[in-house]
Design a protein around this ligand. Structure first.
Ligand code: B12
Ligand code: SF4
Ligand code: SF4
Length: 303
């Protein structure tokens, strides 16, 4: 392969041709504070570059979520489950990561590892959110996932680790994307209080590449039981766990039963919530959805 800048260009062109909307590259210095076992070199010894690809969510699929939240059309949640959560973003990203890794190995003789992207793709080797920020694609929003200037919260990402040296992209340094305290919509719309309120709860703090970020500490059990419909009030057929804030062990024990209900292809209920992501107005989505009449103007959509 060519020099590190030309090699990066060829990877980005390929990613675009594979249907990716975003692609960025980070060196390893930005991962200096990774937790044990989650550093790129723990997965690929000799790793020199972290490539992150990203794909936008379809507006039409996010609007199907509004029909469910605002019109009670919970039958439409399967659209988000299939095209916005488990199936397509993940598989599309998985294929793109695989093709980029093949391209690098074929062209340069270096080593490349495509990582898992999420549900049904076997595991979480490293934090994709941190990688996306390191690769300059955006910044953490209060909702804890990554906001990009192009699509706000409505993106999914995939990661390829490689021993090939690629020219790193600068960190995102543009206008602040999260509207912070004057917004707080993500915490307000969460049906199970999984996200603490801004200014009232202890944030997670990340220092990376000279940038400082703070975002909500997500209660994973609280989010998980909504995503998996594990209580009647979140659409479950039964209360599979004893409270809205169960211990992780109780969720794990109940998963066997819960996963057999209302199964999609992945044998997991297709509820998948996504309220925080859908209502997040970053990247002017509030205006866009309102202008197109895609929400019914709930107090959140109006902000
Ligand atoms: C399991 C999982 C979940 C679980 C648990 C989430 C969790 N926080 O663990 C549940 C079901 C709750 C969940 C929910 C959602 N998820 Co999710 N999830 C994942 C998945 C598959 C693995 C997360 C994980 O265990 N990572 C490994 C650990 C190590 O990373 P971590 O928890 O992020 O990191 C912590 C520490 O280890 C440390 N850390 C880790 N690495 C590093 C590196 C550095 C340098 C530093 C400083 C610190 C640090 O900081 C973190 C805080 O302690 C990721 C994909 C992935 N591999 O990252 C998607 C992912 C995070 N999810 C995603 C999405 C979109 C969602 C939902 C919106 C889905 C939905 N319902 O529509 C919600 C959002 C909820 C919310 N507000 O956060 C996207 C986010 C995309 C984006 N825009 O940023 C991801 C990246 C999937 C993807 N391929 O795009 N998710
Ligand atoms: S996905 Fe739903 S339950 Fe999870 S944090 Fe977002 S709004 Fe809350
Ligand atoms: S909903 Fe508002 S506070 Fe939450 S991440 Fe989006 S812009 Fe930030």
């Amino acid at each position: 392969m060519q020099d590190s800048a030309a090699a990066k260009d060829s990877v980005k062109t390929l990613a675009k041709n594979l249907g990716m909307d975003l692609c960025g590259v980070s060196g390893l210095d930005r991962f200096a504070t990774s937790p044990a076992g989650r550093h790129p070199t723990d997965i690929l010894p000799g790793c020199k570059s972290v490539i992150v690809v990203g794909v936008r969510l379809l507006d039409g699929v996010v609007q199907a979520n509004f029909r469910a939240f605002e019109d009670g059309r919970t039958d439409l949640k399967g659209l988000y489950g299939t095209y916005g959560y488990s199936m397509l973003p993940n598989f599309e990203l998985t294929y793109a990561c695989y093709a980029v890794a093949q391209h690098i190995e074929r062209e340069s003789g270096e080593v490349a590892v495509p990582c898992s992207t999420g549900p049904m793709t076997n595991g979480a080797q490293l934090s994709i959110r941190h990688a996306a920020v390191a690769a300059g694609l955006g910044e953490f929003g209060w909702l804890s996932i990554v906001l990009t200037p192009e699509f706000g919260a409505r993106n999914r990402f995939g990661v390829i680790l490689t021993t090939l040296e690629l020219e790193p992209d600068p960190m995102y340094d543009g206008k602040k994307l999260c509207l912070g305290e004057k917004c707080g919509i993500c915490a307000k719309v969460c049906p199970n209080g999984a996200l603490g309120k801004i200014g009232e709860s202890e944030p997670r703090v990340v220092d990376m590449g000279g940038h400082h970020y703070e975002y909500a500490t997500v209660s994973i059990p609280r989010c998980h039981i909504v995503l998996m419909k594990m209580r009647k009030e979140f659409g479950g057929k039964e209360d599979y766990v004893s409270s809205n804030d169960p211990a992780s062990e109780e969720i794990a024990a109940a998963m066997g039963d819960a996963q057999t209900i209302d199964e999609g292809l992945q044998r997991v209920g297709s509820h998948h919530c996504g309220r925080c992501l859908s209502y997040c107005p970053a990247a002017r989505w509030g205006e866009k959805f309102k202008a197109r009449g895609l929400t019914k103007g709930s107090e959140f959509a109006n902000q």
